[in-house]
Design a protein around this ligand. Structure first.
Ligand SMILES: [Zn+2]
Length: 79
């Protein structure tokens, strides 16, 4: 569960496809933001320089393999 306090600067998206897409570690993420592991729920920040999504570090700790990610919060691009 991600948290925020500024309701003006964080808004709900109507583009559900963007947030329903499943991403695998190694894939090039199109959007910077917070991604959520679909195996354990761990959330991690992916910046604009990232070209390969990492494996979930929380799953690695527990020896779970083959996690997937979903975009949870997308960072706004520069205007
Ligand atoms: Zn995980």
């Amino acid at each position: 569960m991600a948290w925020y306090s500024d309701r003006v600067k964080v808004k709900e998206s109507t583009n559900v496809d963007k947030f329903n897409k499943i991403w695998k570690p190694g894939e090039n993420p199109v959007w910077a933001g917070i991604y959520r592991c679909q195996s354990c729920g761990y959330e991690d920040v992916i910046n604009r320089e990232c070209t390969k999504l990492p494996p979930c570090s929380n799953c690695e700790k527990k020896n779970h393999k083959n996690n997937n990610w979903k975009l949870l919060v997308r960072a706004e691009d520069a205007e």
